[in-house]
Design a protein around this ligand. Structure first.
Ligand SMILES: Nc1ncnc2c1ncn2[C@@H]1O[C@H](COP(=O)(O)OP(=O)(O)OP(=O)(O)O)[C@@H](O)[C@H]1O
Length: 346
């Protein structure tokens, strides 16, 4: 398990966690919380396909990890009463891998390709034809004598998922009939997810405790459910299993997730910028050394959330703490420092 993977606020999951998650997945669009626009649009697309007796258009789901792409793929298959096949871009390195998957599909099935942006180029080109004409060209032979034999494949719905829609080549993006960009969830949606998951797990959760866990979940259902499991563990060991507000706070404090969802790494980065570098600007590599982490970890794991929360700015001269960062740490910015009120923020 990597260092980041052991963070309670890591938006990614390993296989063991995915298995634990499967019990908590909503199975219908009605149960899927949040993302109201995506839900409504997708509901319409699927209902229209059902009414026509046709397979649904190909769907592209994009957004950060843990926001529900896999869950939506499962819901699409369930709503279309179709079996779901699951594969991923990294598993398809040769066009032949994809040809095998496609020719093994049944009529109307849903194929979920996670991390579709990581598929190999030849496989991607095969997918264009498959998506458009439900056909694959299998190349037989080599060199000048090679011939492409067209093979019809069943009509299917491709659900592609990517964390980086911008990395998808235009021709692939254009072949999806419906594209949904998933956004971070608001606290109301996360609270609803929590109340449902708590019922599923047999945890008695007060509404105040749910609000507290939601607030610390970084807008990500995966983190919400993980924090709930840890709070549940704490409640089972330290109390009678009932989760009150005070108990939720104690549990989350123990796991070092603060009241805005920052963990030890995030706070370490902010504290370094403020306390050691006077609020910045400080260069990425200096910052990484001062918190004892790799630059990649600081840049890819901690910073995106800190920037999104308005605690940190990336400037051409380096990282700079905002007034909100000083306030969050309970520190006062020295006069003249970024974030002190008499500088660029004032
Ligand atoms: N809208 C939602 N309502 C209820 N639960 C949700 C919702 N979205 C996600 N979840 C829960 O969050 C967890 C993670 O969701 P999911 O695996 O679908 O995310 P993902 O976007 O596919 O992540 P990754 O990109 O890492 O594959 C699951 O346990 C799922 O049940």
């Amino acid at each position: 398990m990597s260092e980041e993977r052991s963070r309670p606020v890591d938006p990614q999951a390993d296989d063991a966690e995915r298995a634990a998650e499967s019990a908590l997945r909503p199975s219908t669009l009605g149960e899927f919380q949040g993302q109201p626009r995506v839900s409504e649009q997708l509901g319409l697309v699927l209902a229209a396909a059902r009414n026509r007796g046709a397979v649904a258009d190909h769907v592209l789901l994009s957004g950060p990890p843990g926001l529900g792409k896999t869950t939506l793929a499962m819901i699409i298959a369930a709503e279309m009463s179709a079996p779901l096949r699951i594969s991923s871009g990294p598993a398809i390195q040769h066009a032949g891998d994809l040809a095998a998957i496609l020719s093994g599909l049944g009529e109307g099935e849903v194929l979920f390709l996670d991390e579709i942006h990581r598929m190999s180029r030849p496989a991607e080109e095969m997918l264009y034809l498959a998506m458009e004409d439900f056909r694959v060209d299998v190349v037989v032979g080599k060199g000048p004598g090679a011939t492409a034999i067209p093979i019809d494949i069943p009509h299917f719905t491709l659900v592609g998922a990517t964390t980086r829609a911008g990395l998808l080549p235009g021709p692939l993006r254009d072949r999806f009939g419906f594209t949904a960009q998933l956004d971070f969830y608001d606290d109301t949606a996360l609270r609803r997810i929590l109340m449902r998951s708590a019922t599923q797990l047999g945890v008695r959760l007060s509404t105040e405790a749910a609000a507290e866990i939601a607030r610390r979940s970084r807008g990500t259902p995966r983190i919400t459910n993980r924090l709930l499991r840890r709070v549940r563990d704490y409640a089972q060991v330290k109390a009678d299993g009932t989760v009150s507000l005070a108990l939720a706070r104690d549990a989350l404090d123990l796991f070092e997730v603060d009241d805005r969802g920052l963990d030890r790494l995030d706070r370490g980065v902010l504290e370094a910028v403020c306390a050691r570098f006077g609020g910045g600007p400080v260069g990425l590599s200096t910052l990484a050394i001062s918190v004892g982490e790799e630059t990649d970890t600081v840049e890819e794991v901690a910073e995106p959330f800190l920037v999104r929360q308005g605690f940190l700015m990336r400037t051409p001269r380096g990282r700079v703490a905002t007034p909100a960062a000083w306030r969050h740490l309970g520190l006062t910015a020295p006069v003249g420092a970024p974030g002190s009120g008499d500088d660029l923020f004032s």
